[in-house]
Structure formats: structure tokens, C-alpha cells
Design a protein around this ligand. Structure first.
Ligand SMILES: [Zn+2]
Length: 220
């Protein structure tokens, strides 16, 4: 067989295959629409996405929040209810849970699930640092896990933390320099939230989101 003939045969075969493929696949292209929820920018594919507007809603006057302080629980497991119980029973704190928000690691609550404490709902000062002046104006966010002794936050926890900080800092006009790790509030020596907490990465992600947001505003 001549080379030209072979090429014509090959081309015909390809055309038949393409045509039959189109016949089979065309109905699917026209009739099936896959709806996907658009994931917020800067997030991975598996984050625990909650409606923060709904979650952070308060039925009282807001406090003049100036800081966000990040903690780890220094325990492998836990959730807001467990820490609340501990803070009431063992620490004898009337308002219970020291933090305003707890972000689960999948041990008791969901991996990346944000739980809202009573102190947030009632807009009460936190009890999450030894500095009472700080507690009055600082939102306390605790990630479940021990990031000092071998543990590390999950991707979902970090995604939720970035979303929560982004939301709260916009809402309360909190400067990037006022987003702190507990160990940066110098009152009592602490390693919290631990050496494995990727604070630089969190700050970079927040800056990237903020710059994307401002670029978008400039383009409008
Ligand atoms: Zn702490």
C-alpha cells in the first residue's frame, strides 16, 4: 500500500472515530450541567467553608476589637464544649471558654470547623492571655492541637483561620500588625501557638488576599 493511501485510510478512521465520539458525547454536553460552588480565593480544595456572616452574627452591641490573638489548645483533641467545661470546672471562670472561636482538627469537631463561643455571642472580653488589657480588646482564636510538641495544624484549620481572620479584620478594621500569636503578648512566658504554627505563611496569605482585593477595587 502506498504511503499516501495509508494516510488517507488513517485520516478516514480518525474522522469516523471523532464523529462517533461526538454522537455519543453530545447529549451529555447539552443536558448535564455541573453546578460547583465557587471557593473563596486563596483556599485549597478541601476547606471547611462556613457562612461567616451568619456564624459571627451577634445580637448585642459589638466591642471595639483591636487585636486578634491566635492560640493552640496544646491538646491533641478537643472542641469548644470540652474546653468550655475545663475552663468552668478547673479554672472556675464564670464565662467558661476563654476563647471567642475554636477551630477543630477533626478529633471531636470537624476538621477546620469554626465553633463560636459564648464570649463572642455575648461580646464579652476573652480570658485567653494573662494580660487583661489585651483580653478586653483582643479576639481569641484557638486551633485544636499541640503545635509545640510534634503536632501541626491541618490544612483545613489553616484555611478556616485565614477566612476567619480576613472576615474579622475587615469587619472590625483590625490592622495586619495587630494580628498576633499568643507568645507575642508579653505578659507570661508561653510557646503558644507552638513552633510548628506557620505564622509567616498565614500573614503572607492574608496579605495576598488583601492585595487581590485592592487590585480588584482599582480595576472597577
Ligand atoms: Zn495561647
Amino acid at each position: 500500500m502506498h504511503q499516501g493511501e495509508r494516510m488517507v485510510q488513517c485520516l478516514s478512521l480518525i474522522m469516523i472515530l471523532v464523529a462517533s465520539g461526538l454522537c455519543v458525547s453530545t447529549p451529555f454536553f447539552t443536558s448535564v450541567k455541573i453546578e460547583r460552588t465557587k471557593r473563596p480565593e486563596g483556599l485549597g480544595s478541601s476547606s471547611y467553608v462556613q457562612d461567616l456572616e451568619k456564624l459571627c452574627r451577634i445580637n448585642t452591641n459589638g466591642r471595639p476589637w483591636e487585636y486578634i490573638v491566635i492560640h493552640h489548645s496544646a491538646t491533641a483533641k478537643g472542641n469548644a464544649a470540652r474546653f468550655d467545661h475545663y475552663h468552668r470546672k478547673n479554672r472556675k471562670w464564670q464565662h467558661g471558654l476563654a476563647y471567642h472561636f475554636v477551630i477543630g482538627n477533626g478529633s471531636v469537631s470537624g476538621d477546620g470547623e469554626i465553633e463560636v463561643g459564648e464570649r463572642w455571642k455575648k461580646q464579652i472580653h476573652g480570658a485567653h492571655t494573662a494580660n487583661m488589657d489585651c483580653n478586653r480588646v483582643a479576639i481569641g482564636v484557638c486551633l485544636v492541637g499541640d503545635f509545640e510538641n510534634g503536632g501541626a495544624p491541618t490544612e483545613n484549620q489553616l484555611d478556616s483561620l485565614v477566612r476567619l481572620i480576613q472576615y474579622l479584620s475587615r469587619k472590625y478594621n483590625i490592622a495586619s500588625s495587630n494580628i498576633l500569636q499568643h507568645k507575642e503578648v508579653h505578659q507570661k512566658c508561653t510557646a503558644c501557638p507552638g513552633k510548628n504554627f506557620p505564622f509567616a505563611e498565614i500573614k503572607t496569605r492574608l496579605l495576598q488576599i488583601a492585595s487581590k482585593g485592592s487590585k480588584h477595587i482599582q480595576e472597577l
